[in-house]
Design a protein around this ligand. Structure first.
Ligand code: AMP
Ligand code: MG
Length: 480
């Protein structure tokens, strides 16, 4: 048995032709040690029936899946990195491997990271460190548990090559990773074809995006590029709000790390906030704090403006500007929704001003309340009050600086409070994927090849996911 009946190959991107990607050869690796396999998502796409040999064949050696894309293809893209345009980039250590339909008939990409050099590798080795792969799975699993629309880490193989990196003790171990996400259509893909003045290619991408990825844009009347930009602005505003409510700092919000589907992906130097701190920055190389926690919504807006520039080759200027101008309003709505969703509460009619969001953030900052603990301790509001006030954080919650937050939490209605029956809420503290927890999960692997701590961390995250039950549907995209 290999593919199940769920398996539905649909290699649409390659069908667009050779202008958008280059066929590439996967690297040959000396070792194939499976370190992570996402069985939940394998079931979703009909790959749960693969046996050990078949998994290695497709997700380590990258031999094409049946009736799928004929060969791996490195996608062509450019992008603004820290606001400077870079025409040298593209899929430099990854490729699109195949495309499938999920159970909602939506297209999903299987993309790789660390699978070898491509025409876009520049001086890079095309490889991924094992620690980098572990960081990807920790970020994607945690974000999924917190209700963020994220890529799913599908498989990780350790590949047995010694790598040299400036930011890890070297030589360090290597891995190849496959991720599943609805699209790898980065803003930078549009930018590249606009840079070469190929309005025809940009126009064709707009149609592909609307037909295959962002169906809500098909309903709009008038200019197609502006309809796409409007839908992408809404999705991106929602994503920025979800990151804020997750206390997540992506770290590198370059235009090549944002996609038209509004999914979060590419987890390099990410961090979760210890407690609210607007200037908290993830990447050590982000000296100016450009992509600090509280600047993420604005960074996404800046990237959308670059996308609009690329779309202006085929779209009407006034409609594109109107689509951009709607972003701040979308974000204002989404931030209220995202925080209430995570708290298990219904927004009140007067929540347009985001009172709960701002008072909660201020209290977290002033009292240094662990960010994740607030959501865990006060999940669903009133039914959690006694538990919160008996928790290890009780002194913080009794502080007068917390009083306005408590008042707002208690006056809101709970959503599905039966979720509190999950044993997760009997724990003293929630899983909080701070840098300390991440390093503690990695250290035993580095020191003694002991994977048990990482496995425990991932089991705790899975329990949180089941307890919060924040996915609107199994795909993770909030459709209402
Ligand atoms: P990132 O910062 O991971 O989003 O990557 C930015 C660009 O650098 C992309 O074009 C990557 O493909 C490329 N890149 C990053 N690391 C490597 C590497 N080790 N080898 C080749 N290309 C790389
Ligand atoms: Mg990237």
């Amino acid at each position: 048995m290999s593919m199940t009946s769920r398996y539905c190959p649909d290699p649409r991107f390659a069908a667009l032709g050779d202008a958008y990607s280059d066929p590439v050869e996967p690297a040959e690796f000396p070792k194939a040690e499976l370190r992570w396999w996402n069985d939940r998502w394998a079931q979703e796409v009909g790959l749960d029936g693969l046996d050990t040999a078949e998994r290695a064949k497709h997700l380590h050696r990258f031999e094409p899946l049946p009736d799928n894309q004929a060969e791996p293809r490195a996608i062509r893209y450019h992008g603004h990195q820290f606001r400077t345009y870079n025409p040298q980039i593209g899929d430099g250590r990854g490729f699109l491997f195949g495309q499938l339909r999920d159970s909602h008939d939506r297209l999903l990409d299987l993309g790789t990271k660390g699978s070898g050099q491509t025409p876009y590798s520049r001086s890079g080795d095309g490889r991924l460190t094992l620690k980098g792969a572990v960081r990807e799975v920790l970020a994607s699993e945690m974000l999924e548990a917190l209700g963020v629309y994220t890529s799913k880490t599908f498989a990780i193989y350790e590949t047995g090559e010694p790598l040299h990196r400036g930011d890890e003790p070297s030589p360090t171990r290597s891995a190849v990773m496959t991720r599943l996400q609805h699209s790898h259509l980065r803003f930078g893909v549009f930018q590249r074809h606009a840079y070469f003045d190929r309005a025809d290619l940009v126009g064709e991408l707009v149609e592909y995006a609307i037909d295959q990825l962002v169906p809500e844009a098909a309903q709009a009347e008038g200019d197609r590029a502006a309809a796409l930009l409007d839908a992408v602005s809404q999705r991106s505003a929602r994503l920025a709000a979800q990151w804020m409510a997750a206390g997540f700092v992506h770290g590198v919000l370059n235009t090549d790390n944002l996609v038209v589907t509004g999914e979060s992906f590419d987890y390099g130097p990410w961090r979760f906030l210890p407690h609210f701190e607007p200037g908290f920055t993830a990447a050590y190389f982000d000296e100016q704090g450009l992509y600090a926690y509280a600047r993420q919504p604005e960074s996404v807006f800046w990237a959308l403006q670059q996308l609009a520039g690329a779309l202006s080759l085929v779209g009407e200027q006034d409609s594109l500007i109107a689509a951009l101008e709607a972003y701040p309003g979308h974000y204002k709505r989404e931030i209220v929704k995202a925080f209430h969703h995570r708290l298990g509460l219904t927004p009140k009619g007067d929540d347009g001003d985001g009172a709960l969001v701002s008072t909660l953030l201020n209290a977290s900052r002033e009292l240094e309340i662990p960010f994740e603990a607030i959501f865990f301790d006060w999940f669903c509001g009133e039914p959690s009050q006694a538990r919160a006030l008996a928790s290890d954080r009780r002194e913080l919650y009794r502080d007068e600086a917390f009083a306005p937050v408590q008042a707002l939490l208690l006056e809101r209605e709970s959503v599905r409070p039966e979720r509190l029956q999950n044993a997760y809420f009997d724990k003293d503290a929630p899983v909080h994927m701070t840098i300390e927890r991440m390093e503690a999960s990695w250290a035993p692997i580095a020191e003694a090849d002991d994977w048990s701590v990482l496995e425990q961390t991932l089991a705790d995250v899975a329990q949180a996911r089941a307890a919060y039950d924040l996915g609107r549907d199994r795909i993770g995209f909030l459709s209402e």
